[in-house]
Design a protein around this ligand. Structure first.
Ligand SMILES: Nc1ncnc2c1ncn2[C@@H]1O[C@H](COP(=O)(O)OP(=O)(O)O)[C@@H](O)[C@H]1O
Ligand SMILES: [Mg+2]
Length: 244
């Protein structure tokens, strides 16, 4: 297991975490640590428990065992909205934008935890980062391209001032060039100080931008290590990097 930092400093320390849906154990005694300023990639096949992990961190599913600490303090007892206002913000799998609302109204919805003045400032910041969203501000979100919708999903998360950004398969279904754009954006956000937990199908590309990575297999961590080491790990190459 990863050498523990002192528990006060970890942005997220996940200890012995289990998540179940009825009789299905989606996560079984998972331990992992996200340090401040890192990009941590979570790899794994469909059904491995990646989304369950992010949902548990965001309090979108109940935790059936273990604990989640942020800077040494338990957060798995807090409601989802509290986590968002503390800067733990998720961009969910499948983007989940409101397709009947305009781009701007989607963004405003993402700023539900911040003050009106901050919301206005954040909206300007998102339009600066994603000029295409500014151009399409009054357009209904369902009419955006896949890449634009993903930018909207990330922009909506940025509206809440994330310190820790949880991204669930942000490149799913996007063309390779757009995937690169999205990963570049994630890297830039990280350089500007946002800690990132990145669940990705594009294992090679995400390991290239990540500091550390965990591989989930049917609810448990099977491999972990610095991302550059995982890129050279035969087990990872065979299972996740072979085709890409
Ligand atoms: N709402 C749910 N109800 C019942 N089982 C679920 C639910 N969500 C996920 N699961 C099951 O939990 C396991 C992990 O799923 P998930 O966390 O979505 O994996 P991943 O994101 O890695 O594809 C799978 O067996 C999946 O079928
Ligand atoms: Mg998933």
């Amino acid at each position: 297991m990863r050498q523990e930092t002192d528990s006060q400093s970890a942005a997220l320390a996940i200890r012995d975490l289990s998540v179940s849906y009825g009789r299905i154990d989606a996560l079984k005694h998972v331990n992992l640590e996200i340090r401040e300023g890192e990009i941590v990639a979570i790899l794994g096949a469909n059904g491995a428990g990646k989304s369950s992990l992010l949902r548990a961190i965001s309090a979108l599913v109940p935790v059936s065992g273990g604990e989640i600490l942020s800077h040494g303090k338990p957060i798995h007892t807090l409601p989802a909205e509290k986590l968002v206002s503390r800067g733990i913000v998720q961009s969910p799998e499948g983007r989940q934008i409101f397709s009947d609302l305009t781009v701007e109204d989607n963004l405003i919805a993402g700023g539900f935890t911040v003050s009106a003045s901050e919301r206005k400032a954040n909206l300007a910041m998102v339009y600066e980062r994603f000029p295409i969203l500014g151009k399409r501000a009054k357009q209904v979100a369902g009419t955006l391209s896949g890449g634009e919708q993903q930018m909207l999903a990330i922009g909506r998360a940025l509206m809440a001032n994330p310190k820790i950004l949880l991204l669930d398969e942000p490149s799913l279904g996007l063309a390779p060039l757009i995937v690169r754009d999205i990963l570049n954006i994630i890297e830039q956000l990280n350089e500007q100080g946002v800690t990132v937990v990145l669940v990705e199908q594009n294992a090679k590309q995400s390991l290239k931008i990540a500091d550390y990575a965990y591989v989930l297999e049917v609810g448990t961590i099977s491999i972990e290590g610095p991302a550059e080491e995982l890129l050279k790990d035969d087990r990872v190459i065979e299972a996740y990097l072979g085709k890409s």
